[in-house]
Ligand binder design. Structure first.
Ligand code: TRP
Length: 333
């Protein structure tokens, strides 16, 4: 066991998909064996752009929990918790807001992109605008030293470390610790079914961990390949061909994949054959996850109990940090 502490999380806005699986879930399954790991279901953050549909966020807290447990995030090794049940986080957020300027937030590339995508430019909700500071509180409340995230989250880690340094300098106490982003080696960006962008729920190009065998087969059949590969005997391209991208990531037998690639490029190999092979490969990954997920789905009370136990533990740790912060700020009365 290392003394580093890992914190990461997801916004519960939908069930998790294969992009999450290769990008972060597989990584967490490994990290939990080496580190003290916290995985947060970030419902407060999810509400900053879903405040009109809280029932959707609420339902997805459980969906995400089912996915975590189904893939093998083990509550005996990982503390899984619900963000909104940790009152220290919004309190820390309030204190940190003094240390961050509006101009600095406006320069945060992740936030900037999202504001554009959501068309918020003309009227940005304050809650959304300050969510990066809330994320700083997520990370520092647990004194996390490692934060496994995708590259899009790097600005959040930078923002965190700026607050950590300002806080410790201003209040003259080494209370907060800097965090390092952990861009997982295993973390791969998975293309969506359409081959146009990375897999995401909102683009409708995702394979969900909860998809049935039939849904999976339908999605694999719909995958983007080489649009100029019209007849089986034609040579086909593998660059940008989603089916081969997925085989590279998921197929355990690299030799077979290399042979299929060569055959496809030569001509004489139809899309359907390759897709059927990919379906076999994906089904081997997804079937056991799907079965385990069904087990948890059948017992939501048990899953909620797991979340509440994790949350109780997380709350204790965050309260300890809050106490140190308040002491440094002369707020302990
Ligand atoms: N912003 C992250 C996302 O969109 C989720 C998240 C919230 C998070 N708080 C965090 C990730 C703290 C790492 C650490 O996926």
């Amino acid at each position: 066991m290392s003394n580093q502490r890992v914190l990461t999380g997801d916004r519960p806005t939908g069930p998790l998909h294969l992009g999450h699986y290769v990008g972060s879930l597989l990584n967490r399954i490994e990290l939990q064996n080496t580190y003290e790991q916290f995985v947060m279901i970030a419902d407060v953050q999810a509400l900053t752009d879903n405040f009109e549909t809280p029932e959707k966020v609420r339902a997805n807290v459980l969906e995400v929990a089912y996915d975590y447990l189904a893939v093998g995030i083990d509550p005996k090794k990982t503390t899984i918790f619900i963000q909104s049940m940790i009152p220290a986080i919004p309190e820390l957020t309030m204190y940190y807001m003094n240390l961050v300027t509006i101009a600095r937030l406006q320069r945060n590339p992740t936030l900037k992109n999202e504001i554009q995508q959501k068309g918020y430019e003309s009227a940005i909700p304050v809650g959304f605008f300050v969510y990066p500071i809330n994320q700083v509180a997520d990370i520092t409340a647990f004194k996390a030293t490692l934060v496994p995230v995708g590259e899009d989250q790097l600005p959040m880690i930078e923002q965190t470390n700026e607050v950590v340094r300002s806080f410790n300098r201003l209040y003259n106490a080494p209370v907060l610790v800097e965090a390092k982003a952990l861009i997982p080696e295993k973390g791969k960006r998975l293309m969506g079914l359409d081959g146009k962008a990375k897999m995401s729920k909102s683009l409708g190009n995702a394979i969900f961990l909860k998809d049935s065998a039939d849904e999976l087969a339908k999605k694999v059949r719909s995958m983007y390949t080489d649009p100029t590969h019209l007849r089986v005997e034609d040579p086909g391209k593998i660059e940008g061909n989603v089916v081969f991208d997925y085989l590279d990531i998921f197929a355990p037998d690299k030799k077979t994949v290399d042979e299929l690639k060569a055959h496809y490029q030569r001509g004489g190999l139809g899309d359907m054959k390759v897709k059927n092979y990919l379906l076999e490969v994906l089904e081997a990954h997804c079937a056991p996850i799907r079965e385990r997920r069904k087990m948890f789905e059948a017992d939501p009370q048990q899953v909620m109990k797991i979340l509440l136990e994790g949350t109780r533990h997380a709350h204790e740790i965050a309260m300890q940090t809050l106490k140190e912060v308040k002491t440094a700020m002369h707020l302990l009365y």
